[in-house]
Design a protein around this ligand. Structure first.
Ligand SMILES: Cc1ncc(COP(=O)(O)O)c(C=O)c1O
Length: 476
């Protein structure tokens, strides 16, 4: 195995595999603002508090692993987005990032709409009291039942993703005699607003985008093949459907606007063809989500006001150049609204020195509550939360309790060398795509989510699953 010397490595000053850990931070007790919730502090005793709540008390009261969500962090990020995009645009929270009634109520109260991609997310939003007209339904395989429910609930927009789906929508909204689906009284059928999702051929990742490669995927209608033009033709041909505009989503964890620029350019070209062919000017342009956040101190996520300004300019410029009135712009941030608002608290269990390499720190959760490290090789940081420590940094790997060697929570962590069983660790930036991607692997119940707010008692917003819950599902 090739090995690299790591002069700062605390473990016997030894050599490490070529799995380059970063240099240890100057201060192990620091809470870099970019990755911790806005309400995170360390008290004089070094204990982490979240919106004033002492993590030791949270762990005591609610158990670990525990997702702790800083309500004001979520709300303030909603306000940042609303302010950055201004009253002419719309901001829809992508519920897939984390879908709970409480969070949907908060974002809705802050003026955001909600975008959902399954019947389950739709029911959660409706039951949270999100106004139906403020809901957009996505998804590449919406069933007839899901579409029917969306239409009868009167949701604001449905994003058409395939020709099959346009046919399903046409069937559901067919008001000709005998055209309605069984059980749907004709007078309850509403004319849903349809956005056509286009695949622009832009694949965007953090710091990088490829301008050609990504037509080969399951979402949307390809611009390059002409499928998007045909989809618009078919929607316009359905009397029961109201063609509202175009949708594009180019990826996730995007740190610059270059990909949006190319995508907007291509979508506006389609809008021009639609005007020329059908005499219809698009009213809505939804550029999706994907705005990146910092997971580690090395990530330099852009300010949302800069992204908003840049997107507005791109759309303005493209439309002016094409002689089109500017459509209403919508964006759909998920991660950027909830990602930094949550911290996962774990209790340290086994500590194992793997000589010359690092210390493996096993915690009481793992890939069942945060699959992102295993799935995307995502990077996280973590900190000792239940006390401060002046001990030197110890190169560690925080691993879970599951039967997979890939069950890693934090690949490279510097933790104080006096870390001990029973200490609490906090992993920040776990608000998005952690609880929502959680599983019961190894029959491990999924953790609770507790909301904290200054001046209020912590409140469970998603209760912890119990073994009993799991056993009840097993009816064999
Ligand atoms: C259509 C659509 N909109 C919005 C999002 C939200 O993305 P993010 O959470 O990265 O902002 C996604 C994520 O996959 C998506 O597919």
């Amino acid at each position: 195995m090739s090995r690299v010397a790591h002069p700062a490595g605390p473990l016997h000053g030894d050599v490490l595999p070529a799995d380059h850990p970063p240099a240890p931070p100057a201060d192990l007790n620091a809470l870099p603002a970019a990755i911790w919730p806005r309400g995170a502090r360390r008290g004089d005793d070094g204990v982490l508090t979240l919106a004033g709540a002492d993590v030791r008390e949270l762990a005591e009261q609610f158990g670990t692993p525990l997702y702790v969500c800083d309500e004001e962090d979520v709300r303030s990020r909603c306000r940042d987005y609303m302010e950055a995009f201004g009253p002419e645009a719309r901001v829809f929270y992508a519920a897939k990032a984390f879908c709970s009634r409480a969070v949907l109520r908060w974002v809705s109260a802050e003026g955001l709409g909600v975008d959902v991609c399954t019947g389950g997310e739709l029911e959660t939003a409706l039951s949270a009291g999100v106004p139906p007209e403020q809901i957009t339904l996505h998804g590449n395989n919406k069933s007839l039942d899901e579409l029917s429910r969306a239409i009868s609930a009167g949701i604001g927009h449905i994003v058409a993703d395939s020709f099959d789906e346009i046919a399903r929508l046409a069937y559901l909204t067919d008001s000709s005699p005998g055209g309605q689906p069984p059980g749907t009284p004709r007078d309850t059928i509403q004319r849903p607003n349809i956005l056509v999702r286009v695949t622009t051929g832009v694949e965007a990742h953090t710091h990088e985008f490829m301008a050609t490669a990504h037509d080969d995927q399951k979402f949307g209608f390809s611009l390059a093949s002409g499928a998007a033009d045909e989809a618009v033709r078919r929607v316009l041909a359905c009397p029961g459907l109201a063609f509202a505009g175009l949708h594009s989503h180019i990826g996730s964890q995007i740190f610059d606007t270059a990909g949006f620029e190319v995508a907007a350019h291509r979508v506006v070209e389609l809008a021009v063809r639609i005007r020329d062919e059908h005499g219809v000017e698009i009213a809505e342009l939804d550029l999706g989500g994907g705005f990146g956040i910092a997971y580690t101190g090395d990530d330099d996520a852009p300010e949302i006001k800069d992204i908003a300004e840049s997107l507005r300019q791109i759309v303005d410029w493209q439309c002016r150049a094409a002689g089109l009135p500017r459509p209403r712009l919508t964006v759909e941030p998920g991660r950027a609204i909830v990602g930094s608002s949550m911290v996962t608290l774990y209790t340290v269990g086994t500590l194992k020195d793997v000589d010359g390499l690092r210390t493996y720190v096993s915690v009481d959760g793992g890939m069942s509550d945060n699959i992102r490290t295993a799935l995307y090789d995502a990077s996280y940081e973590c900190a000792l939360a239940s006390r401060g420590s002046a001990a030197p940094p110890m190169l560690s790997r925080v691993v879970g309790r599951h039967c997979e060697s890939g069950d890693i929570v934090v690949r490279h962590a510097y933790l104080p060398a006096d870390l001990a069983t029973g200490d609490l660790l906090a992993v920040p930036a776990t608000g998005a795509y952690c609880r929502s991607l959680a599983s019961n692997y190894n029959q491990v119940p999924r953790p609770a989510v507790v909301a904290v707010r200054a001046g209020a008692d912590p409140a469970v917003i998603v209760r912890r699953e119990t073994l009993d819950d799991l056993l009840k599902l097993d009816v064999g």
